[in-house]
Design a protein around this ligand. Structure first.
Ligand code: NAD
Length: 270
């Protein structure tokens, strides 16, 4: 997809990876970027930064765990800019303290609703909206954490695993609706979510040894991977793992995973 002139919706776009992706879209010539987030102050600042780059932008307060609010976010995009071409379902949280299994049951549901249902709601509405204008691309933010156990925060790792599977399962939307659905899986990246794994001021104790061992990625590293996926129309049903330089010999690495199971091939009618 040529990003020039396109309209994008980015959830969790007030800060961190979502903000970097919103800025990278503006740098790539996107016509308009609609930010949905719950941090209104940072959201309005994000919009100002995007407008400075020459794109149009609006912010809408959106809790992605609420399907009606997610629909309203897309309606805001259509009302302002006529269509949506790029949907970035990116908002996500970690469990925070106390970790598993001491966490309160409400927080268990909160993580699942934001991380997983938020992605499902966003994808569902994107299908409705994009179908009216001939298609588009959906990118969902998962994590390499989705591939392994995470004893202190299994809500995070299991919702991320589910996003990978959900997005693989949406591959048929390309044939049926001309909508490419892909996943990005950022390695550990320097954002506020690291402190949110703990008490908000510092990473959780269980995470700190890992952080001391690795080179942490920048949000720009992740945005570059996302832009590559958007621009390359051949990439569909893919989960892009954006790897730590320390594990790839000094450069940011990309591992492209694709669901090529026989079942998947049958689902595609091949
Ligand atoms: N930073 C990492 O190391 C890392 C690694 C892998 C995956 N990820 C994923 O990347 C995504 C972005 O995380 P980040 O690292 O930029 O974190 P971040 O905390 O910097 O940004 C998350 C954004 O989501 C927003 N948000 C939180 N709850 C929301 C809700 N209910 N509705 C709408 N917006 C909400 C926050 O206000 C914030 O702006 C998340 O899905 C996260 O799981 C991050």
């Amino acid at each position: 997809m040529d990003i020039a002139g396109k309209v994008a919706v980015v959830t969790g776009g007030s800060a961190g990876i979502g903000l970097a992706i919103a800025k990278a879209l503006a740098d790539a010539g996107a016509g308009a970027i609609v930010i949905g987030d719950i941090d209104d102050t940072k959201g309005e600042a994000a919009v100002a930064g995007i407008i400075d780059k020459g794109a149009k932008s609006v912010y809408k307060h959106t809790d992605v765990s609420n399907a009606d609010k997610v629909r309203a976010l897309y309606e805001e995009a259509v009302n302002n800019f006529g269509q949506v071409d790029i949907a970035f379902n990116n908002a996500g949280i970690m469990l925070g303290e106390p970790g598993w299994p001491d966490v309160g049951i409400e927080q268990v549901g909160r993580v699942v609703k934001i991380n997983l249902l938020g992605v499902m709601y966003g994808t569902r509405v994107a299908v409705d909206v994009m179908s009216k204008t001939g298609g588009g691309i959906v990118i969902n933010t998962a994590s390499p954490a989705g591939f392994g156990p995470m004893p202190n925060d299994p809500m995070y790792s299991s919702t991320k695993a589910a996003i990978i599977n959900f997005s693989f399962s949406c591959v048929t939307l390309q044939a049926s609706h001309n909508i490419r659905v892909n996943t990005i899986m950022p390695g550990v990246t320097d954002t506020a979510i690291l402190n949110k794994s703990g008490d908000g001021n510092a990473p959780a104790e269980w995470l700190q040894p890992l952080l001391g061992m690795i080179n942490i990625l920048t949000v720009e590293d992740i945005a570059k991977g996302a832009i590559d996926v958007i621009e390359d129309d051949s990439r569909v049903g893919e989960a892009l793992s954006i790897e730590n330089p320390a594990e790839t010999g000094g450069e940011v690495g990309y591992i492209r995973l694709k669901d090529n199971t026989a079942f998947h091939e049958r689902a595609l009618g091949r």
